[in-house]
Design a protein around this ligand. Sequence first.
Ligand code: PMP
Length: 395
Amino acid sequence: MTYHFSNRVPKSDVDPVGDILKVAGDPKVMSFAGGLPAPELFPVEQVKKAADAVFDQKGRAALQYGSSQGVPELRQVILDRVKVEGIETDADHVMVATGSQQSIDLTGKMFLDEGSVVIVEDPTYLTAVDVFRSYGARFVGVAMDEEGMKMDALEKALQDNPEARLIYTIPTFQNPTGRTMTLARRQKLLALAEKYDVMVLEDNPYGAIRWEGENLPSLKSMDKTGHVIYMGTLSKILAPGLRLGWVVAEPELIKKYTMMKQSADLHTDSLAQYIAAEYFAQNDINEHIATITNLYHKREQIMMAAIDKYFPAGVKHSNPEGGMFLWVMVPGVDDTQVLFDAALDRNVAIVPGDPFFGNETIPGTFRMNYSNTPEDKIEDGVKRLAEAISEVMAQ
Ligand code: PMP
């Protein structure tokens, strides 16, 4: 049988990230590679209690087909949640999605044709790159520093690509760098989006997990002209297995999203939506977020202290004030794979930076995750990783 795949299907079966996660899953390997929340914090008993209440009180509605825009009770919960981000809005501005990943996918479907330009942070969330690429995107990367996307580089990208369809950004505790865009740059980004009339896709899965610094307003909360589409998710503050996320945008856009959603999967799992809404009714999510934040902060501090102690001089890294990741830059390395291999020889896994870039990569970069490694294991893993880095730097 000859398969005649569409252009959306990757030409190659090589899945470098999948392969990395596979080796990182070996129990012998200490993995800083994944992006998983700490499962020991999943509120299993509370979610079970919420599920029992749903089955007792609304079992038939929860098992029936439902609205493409989402269960009203959950949309109300989402309105309360985005208020914390400074977004005061109403249910016509909200659609529930099957995780942020689906919000990204529907956005690609809605805004991109073959060759459409998507402006991304360099580096950015690799699975968003995959999605946009499947819809024919041409990427224009914007360099970052510790304050997020550089605004002079963004303006140049917009001048050079006036037909750009989207600016995709993760302003707070970015994946993969852990960096946060400053307030001044957020304001400038909005001004540029208005000036060049380009949509901004604001992806904010990590913003609530902050242990240091001041909360910064989301782009959406400062958006006066409807240029920002905001995406949130329960994956990092409750449980990714629920697959619940949301889009906040102008009602005319939400109508389009809802139509696209209908043709994608009719609606997000009703049972999960009712259970999540009930969980929020029975529990204080802010208490739970504080528990998550405290644990990740502890793990991040241990990782940072070990990095300071063991990493060779000249290696740079980001200093996240929240979220799940940090970004490391090793000087003088041409092939990041060599770093990965040297680390794996010592049974430690990281994600090499390459797949996080739309085009040109920055060699010698990699992402580390701290949310999923027990406190007593982190230092030893960092020590072995430091030995691998030293070996590669000496070559
Ligand atoms: N955006 C970013 C930046 C992410 O890191 C992730 C998950 N790792 C997602 C979106 C997708 O999350 P979910 O579909 O679980 O909401």
